[in-house]
Design a protein around this ligand. Structure first.
Ligand code: FMN
Length: 362
C-alpha cells in the first residue's frame, strides 16, 4: 500500500486520510468540486467557509457529500474576529480613492461598511448539525467551541504563527496545529501578537512548533511540490497544508485575472498587506494595494475595510481587471502548475515517494 510509505501516521490516523496532504481551506477560492477531488485522491479536501451564510454552508456540505464519502474539512474565521464596528467610516483619503475607482469603472456609489464573514457561531452550529468530521479555525480558537466540537466527536485544527500560539491552542484542546509560515498566501492566522513579530518562515517555525507541542503539526506556507512536502516531514511536520499550489487546479473557482496573475507571478510579486481587508494577508501586489497603502491615514478595522471595496472587487473580477481584486497568493507562486486536483495529489504522492527513496540511498 502506498500509504505505508509515510513515516508519521499520527495525523493520517487522527483524520482518517491516506496521504499527509491537506488542500488549504480558502474562502472564496474553494468549492465542492475541488474539495471532493482532493479527498477522493486520498488527501484532505477543505472548504473555506468564511463569508458563506449558514443556509448556503449547509447546501455546500451536502454538495461535498454527493461527490465523496471520504473525510473533508471546513474552516471558519473565529467568531471573536467578527467584531464589526457599525460606526466606523472611511477617512477622507480612502473615501476619495474608492469614489474615484467607482467612477473609473462606472459603478454605483461606494457601499457603506457592513459585516462580512459571520455569523461564525451559526456557521459552527450548521457544521455540528451536518456531522462535518473536521473543523478548523483561523485567527485563534475558542475553548468553548473546541469542547463542543469534541463532544460531537469532531476533530479541530487551528493555525498558529508562533510556538506560543501553538502551545495556547494545544492547551485549549486543539487536535493538531497548522504552523503557518510567513510565506503563506492569504490571511495571517496570527492572534496573539503584532503580526510583524510573527512573520516567521516555515523553515524556522515548524521545528519550533514541533518542539513546543505534543499534538501533530501541519506545515503551511510556501509548500508547492514534493520537495516542500518532504522538507516539511524532515522538519517534524506530520502533514502539509497547501493553498497557493491548489489555485493552479482548474477546479479552483477563481476569476481569470487572478489566475493569469498567478501564472505570471514570481515570488517577489507578493506582499503582506492590511490595505485590502484590514487584517494582514499575503497576495499579489496590484494598483489597489499600492494606492491604498500610500494613503496617509488610518484605514478601517477588519472586516469594515474589506467590506467597502466589495462592489469594486466584484466588478473588477467580472471584468478580469487585476487592478482592484484581492489576489491572495504565497511566495511559492512561481512554482504554480496547472493540473486537475486529483492528478496533482496523485503526482505529489509519487514524486514524494521517489524523493524520499532517493534521499535514503545517499
Ligand atoms: C486564496 C487563499 C485563501 C485563503 N483563505 C483561507 C481561509 O479562508 N481560511 C484559512 O484558514 N486559511 C486560508 N488561507 C491560508 C491557508 O490556510 C494556508 O495557510 C496557506 O495557503 C499556506 O500557504 P501557501 O498558500 O503558500 O500554500 C488562504 C490562502 C490562500 C492562498
Amino acid at each position: 500500500m502506498v500509504s505505508n510509505m509515510w513515516p508519521d501516521r499520527r495525523l493520517l490516523d487522527l483524520l482518517g486520510i491516506e496521504h499527509p496532504i491537506i488542500q488549504a481551506p480558502m474562502a472564496g477560492a474553494t468549492n465542492p468540486e475541488l474539495v471532493a477531488a482532493v479527498s477522493e485522491a486520498g488527501g484532505l479536501g477543505s472548504f473555506g467557509a468564511a463569508g458563506t451564510p449558514p443556509d448556503r454552508l449547509r447546501a455546500t456540505v451536502g454538495a461535498i457529500r454527493q461527490r465523496t464519502n471520504r473525510a473533508f474539512h471546513i474552516n471558519l474565521f473565529s467568531a471573536h474576529t467578527e467584531q464589526f464596528d457599525g460606526d466606523a467610516r472611511p477617512g477622507p483619503g480612502l473615501s476619495e480613492r474608492l469614489a474615484a475607482y467607482h467612477s473609473e469603472l462606472g459603478l454605483e456609489p461606494v457601499p457603506e461598511p457592513a459585516p462580512m464573514f459571520g455569523p461564525a457561531e451559526e456557521q459552527f452550529e450548521v457544521l455540528l448539525e451536518e456531522g462535518v468530521p473536521i473543523i478548523s479555525f483561523h485567527f485563534g480558537a475558542d475553548a468553548r467551541l473546541v469542547a463542543r466540537a469534541h463532544e460531537a466527536g469532531v476533530k479541530v485544527l487551528c493555525s498558529a504563527t508562533t510556538a506560543a500560539e501553538a502551545k495556547a491552542l494545544e492547551d485549549m484542546g486543539v487536535d493538531a496545529i497548522i504552523a503557518q509560515g510567513s510565506e503563506a498566501g492569504g490571511h495571517r492566522g496570527t492572534f496573539s501578537v503584532d503580526y510583524r513579530q510573527a512573520l516567521i518562515g516555515t523553515m524556522a517555525l515548524v521545528p519550533q512548533v514541533v518542539d513546543a507541542v505534543s499534538v501533530p503539526v501541519i506545515a503551511a506556507g510556501g509548500i508547492m511540490d514534493a520537495r516542500g512536502l518532504v522538507a516539511s516531514l524532515a522538519l517534524g511536520a506530520s502533514a502539509v497544508q497547501m493553498g497557493t499550489a491548489f489555485l493552479g487546479c482548474p477546479e479552483a473557482p477563481i476569476g481569470d485575472a487572478w489566475r493569469a496573475s498567478l501564472l505570471a507571478a514570481e515570488a517577489e510579486a507578493t506582499t503582506v498587506t492590511e490595505a485590502i481587508s484590514g487584517k494582514p494577508a499575503r497576495g499579489i501586489r496590484n494598483r489597489y494595494i499600492d494606492e491604498i497603502e500610500s494613503l496617509d491615514e488610518t484605514l478601517l478595522p477588519y472586516p469594515a475595510q474589506y467590506s467597502v471595496s466589495r462592489v469594486l472587487r466584484k466588478a473588477a473580477n467580472e471584468r478580469a481587471n487585476p487592478d482592484f481584486i484581492a489576489m491572495w497568493a504565497g511566495q511559492g507562486v512561481g512554482l504554480i502548475r496547472q493540473r486537475p486536483a486529483g492528478d496533482f495529489v496523485r503526482d505529489l504522492v509519487v514524486e514524494s515517494r521517489q524523493l524520499l527513496a532517493r534521499l535514503a540511498q545517499k
